[in-house]
Design a protein around this ligand. Structure first.
Ligand SMILES: N[C@@H](CCC(=O)N[C@@H](CS)C(=O)NCC(=O)O)C(=O)O
Length: 213
């Protein structure tokens, strides 16, 4: 198979970039990484010249360019069926898709008020209104998944899946900001995810980018 190139934004800030990067890294799928630094004078020009949507992430495979994190995840799942990036069981798979889609289309209060700043930890921040509702809903989802579908491993659906990748930036936000009230299942899941080597590797990259300015 020819090379896959994943183009991403700043590791400290680009939550949508983290999702496919984490998916492919955690699943052991080889790819070349290309970076476009965001919020620079040249960023908009570079993004509009290179990216079909003018946004990151996007995946390049030969002549094909796929934009949007969830579409990239689906494409990679089709390229590597042996990785089983969705749960094998049909009902679990349907719920995993619902949980992933809910992340992709929702939680706008959390995403706006608690932006991902991967390198920061333990900041106190507002939890009023929509932010608390989003946190409560994510807490309920993670708890439900872990209790109902998680018996085969430590991830939301036991084995690692696209659903975990979709929530990787929320894991980072739940380390950066508080106060938080998570169920024991959700707190354990957050801590397990944040300790994964792939997350550490992303964090090392984020720290290096911040240091470079
Ligand atoms: N729905 C898209 C969202 C992509 C997105 O909003 N990317 C941000 C970075 S996290 C971006 O490229 N921002 C650059 C800009 O707005 O100039 C996805 O799932 O990939």
């Amino acid at each position: 198979m020819s090379d896959l190139t994943l183009t991403i934004g700043d590791k400290n800030l680009s939550s949508w970039s983290l999702r496919p990067w984490f998916l492919m890294t955690q699943a052991g799928i080889p790819f070349t990484e290309e970076n476009i630094r965001l919020d620079r004078p040249t960023s908009r020009k570079e993004l509009s010249e290179k990216s079909p949507s003018g946004l990151v992430p996007f995946l390049t495979h030969d002549e094909l360019q796929i934009w949007d994190s969830l579409a990239i995840a689906e494409y990679v799942n089709e390229l590597f069926p042996e990785k089983q990036l969705w749960p094998e069981d049909r009902q679990a798979r349907a719920i995993a898709r619902a949980v992933s889609s809910e992340m992709h289309s929702g939680f706008s209060a959390l995403r706006t008020v608690w932006p991902m700043v991967f390198t920061r930890e333990g900041l106190s921040h507002v939890t009023s209104g929509g932010v608390s509702r989003d946190i409560d809903r994510i807490n309920d989802l993670w708890t439900l998944c872990r209790k109902t579908y998680g018996s085969g491993g430590d991830f939301l659906f036991g084995k690692f899946s696209i659903a975990d990748a979709m929530y990787a930036p929320v894991v980072s936000r739940f380390v950066t900001y508080g106060p938080l009230e998570l169920s024991p299942e959700a707190a354990t899941y957050r801590d397990m995810m944040f300790a994964l080597p792939a997350m550490k590797k992303w964090g090392d990259g984020a720290r290096a980018e911040v240091a470079a300015g």
